[in-house]
Design a protein. Structure first.
Length: 319
């Protein structure tokens, strides 16, 4: 069972995140996940470090496994992602996984290329995954489709390639991924809703493969502070997936969320001050078959979150 710390590059400078993840390992977190953004969601967050530079430092200065959610095909050519992931896996065997998703316009728009409809983005994603796997295997790849590759070959590749995890928010996407990925990652819905996504993944061919979730919480001394911290930092992430994927800039997310009320965060983020409620929630996810839980404290109070969860939550869940 992995209970990991999520590193939000949209919210903190990479130097600060490095200290947080080192602290997380010392306090009992046994894994880590990372975002991969060109922009923050909203201007208030204020950061967007380059995760591929950061991952080398993070893996070198800790001993826990890491993963990142990436969207190959537009901002990143899949051959470059194959090379980046192969290099990290060669240097840190069996400590790195990559999750692939179809992306958001927010990050991909910088190329100036047309933003495809969802069905085309899915086709491009699967093509990219096939290209990456062939390159990991040492093949010379030429491909002409939604992405183009001409006689690409990796000369450095790991003995054991990293797990390729599929990112999904909806049951439909999860079912589509089931057959061709090594596992599923999704945002943690309430356990009964999450179970529908897991069942869809299993129907599509994912039965027996690991399930990863990103669990969004806002933890602080008081409920008032936890609610305010969640609203200030994460209010743009309450929308349906088709909105999250199709808005173009932090300003658009700012505008979309400026008329929301703080109380709406209760529907999107687990806002508790009682440690026992977090223990109960984590155990509910474990019971429905989740193998990896990466906890994202969406407010800025990271130090207290890491220390309190390390002392009071993780020992109860890991036993």
């Amino acid at each position: 069972m992995i209970i990991g710390y999520h590193n939000s590059h949209e919210q903190f400078p990479p130097s600060e995140l490095l200290k947080f993840v080192q602290m997380a390992e010392k306090n009992g977190f046994n894994g880590a996940s990372s975002s991969d953004h060109f922009y923050p969601w909203i201007n208030e967050q204020g950061q967007s470090g380059f995760v591929w530079s950061w991952l080398g430092s993070a893996l070198q200065s800790t001993s826990i496994p890491f993963g990142v959610v990436n969207a190959p095909g537009q901002r990143y050519h899949p051959a470059i992602i194959a090379q980046a992931t192969a290099t990290l896996s060669e240097m840190y065997p069996d400590r790195f996984w990559v999750a692939l998703g179809s992306g958001q316009l927010l990050n991909e728009s910088i190329t100036g290329d047309k933003w495809p409809i969802k069905s085309v983005r899915n086709e491009r994603l699967k093509e990219s995954a096939e290209i990456i796997r062939k390159l990991w295997a040492g093949e010379t790849v030429t491909h002409d489709g939604h992405v183009r590759v001409e006689e690409a070959k990796l000369y450095t590749h790991p003995e054991n390639p990293p797990k390729m995890i599929g990112a999904a928010i909806t049951a439909e996407t999860a079912e589509w991924l089931g057959e061709w990925v090594d596992g599923l990652i999704t945002v943690a819905e309430p356990p009964n809703e999450l179970n529908k996504i897991i069942n869809a993944f299993n129907r599509g061919g994912g039965k027996g493969k690991p399930v990863y979730i990103k669990l969004e919480v806002s933890y602080d001394d008081t409920e008032e502070k936890a609610l305010k911290g969640a609203y200030d930092q994460w209010k743009a992430n309450i929308f349906e997936s088709n909105v999250l994927t199709d808005l173009k800039s932090p300003e658009h997310f700012d505008n979309a969320s400026k008329f929301t009320e703080p109380e709406i965060m209760y529907d999107a983020v687990n806002i508790f001050t009682d440690i026992d409620e977090y223990v109960e929630l984590l155990n509910e996810y474990i019971k429905i078959g989740v193998d990896h839980i990466y906890i994202h404290n969406v407010n800025r109070n990271q130090k207290q979150f890491i220390e309190d969860f390390g002392k009071k939550v993780l020992p109860s869940v890991m036993d």
